[in-house]
Ligand binder design. Structure first.
Ligand SMILES: [Zn+2]
Length: 326
């Protein structure tokens, strides 16, 4: 089974849903990591959930730019990132310092992984593709605790909180990942016609939110094993067999979510220029070359003294698409 994303509506009701399964792409992410220290199992699970969630959010808002999820804190995981482009190409990585505690089932709550001191945060950034000079990306930040300061233990809870706070959209998310698949189910209540995003909350009175509540409840009965192990048809039939579901053409094969990294030799060269000639020369003096590895895809970029010379003398000649005669 390859990567796929399915969208569906509940006929006549202000509720929509989406289900993603990252398989080949997710295994590719983990395979890329084999050359360096592999992430501990609970970190792989968190990154898989972030990748699935990031793809769902990008597909949901269809943003013309990158959707970037970041979780930062003071546990062994200092930072975890998932970045998803408009064509659903995604990449993900984490910065892990120190020991991740052992666990029987491979799972650890956010409180242990990233939010030990209670100051962990989740940032959702929308970075427009053609950003104008000086234009800042849009960023929303939510803490890793709920309204009563209770720590949130699952990424899904944090993102549900974010969607409600920043988009005023009731959302149910079920996320899970192992070493073969990263998957997610999203159920969202659509704003009513003319209601606007701020939503006057009178739907309870007219009985409309009961549909969303019922469907969200059905979704929440989906177990981790079912989400990871069952195909999409079976999952949707099991959960929603009493509902009138309208499904759309799934995104698969060429339109499916996929792994891709946006790093390039040119970008790394730009980074070296930012560090400055002096800094780079001292690395050359010490190590004979500069070796920069990409944390997302594991690719290594090597610059020997001749390359470095070119990086710093070709400053006018590094525009994208420019060619240089040897
Ligand atoms: Zn890369």
């Amino acid at each position: 089974m390859s990567d796929e994303l399915h969208k569906f509506l509940f006929e006549g009701l202000p509720v929509r849903g989406m289900l993603v399964r990252l398989t080949d792409s997710w295994r590719e992410v983990l395979r890329r990591r084999e050359g360096s220290e592999p992430f501990p199992t609970p970190v792989r699970q968190l990154l898989g959930e972030m990748a699935a969630a990031g793809v769902l959010m990008q597909a949901n808002i269809k943003f013309n730019g990158a959707v970037i999820l970041q979780i930062m804190g003071d546990g062994p995981v200092k930072l975890a990132v998932a970045e998803v482009q408009p064509d659903l190409a995604f990449r993900t990585t984490a910065k892990v310092v120190g020991d991740v505690p052992a666990t029987d089932n491979g799972h650890l709550p956010l409180e242990v992984l990233v939010n030990v001191g209670g100051k962990g945060r989740c940032a959702i950034t929308l970075d427009p593709k053609d950003r104008l000079p000086g234009q800042q990306p849009y960023q929303g930040v939510v803490p890793l605790h709920g309204d009563q300061r209770e720590p949130l233990q699952a990424l899904s809870q944090v993102l549900e909180h974010y969607m409600l706070q920043s988009e005023q959209l009731d959302t149910k998310l079920i996320l899970a990942a192992d070493d073969d698949i990263a998957a997610g189910l999203l159920i969202q209540r659509l704003p009513l016609e003319g209601e606007g995003n701020l939503g006057t909350r009178n739907e309870d009175e007219i009985g409309l939110s009961e549909h969303y509540n019922r469907i969200a409840h059905l979704a929440s009965t989906l177990t981790r094993e079912e989400l990871l192990g069952l195909d999409v048809d079976t999952i949707l039939r099991r959960l929603f067999w009493e509902e009138d579901l309208r499904r759309f053409e799934p995104l698969k094969d060429l339109t499916a979510p996929r792994f891709a990294c946006t790093c390039s030799r040119e970008r790394v060269a730009g980074m070296l220029r930012n560090l400055g000639r002096e800094e780079i020369d001292s690395i050359i003096a010490e190590q004979g070359q500069v070796d920069i590895g990409c944390d997302f895809c594991g690719l290594h970029y090597h610059f020997d003294p001749v390359d470095v010379g070119e990086v710093f003398t070709d400053e006018v000649d590094h525009a994208p698409g420019s060619t240089r005669l040897q």
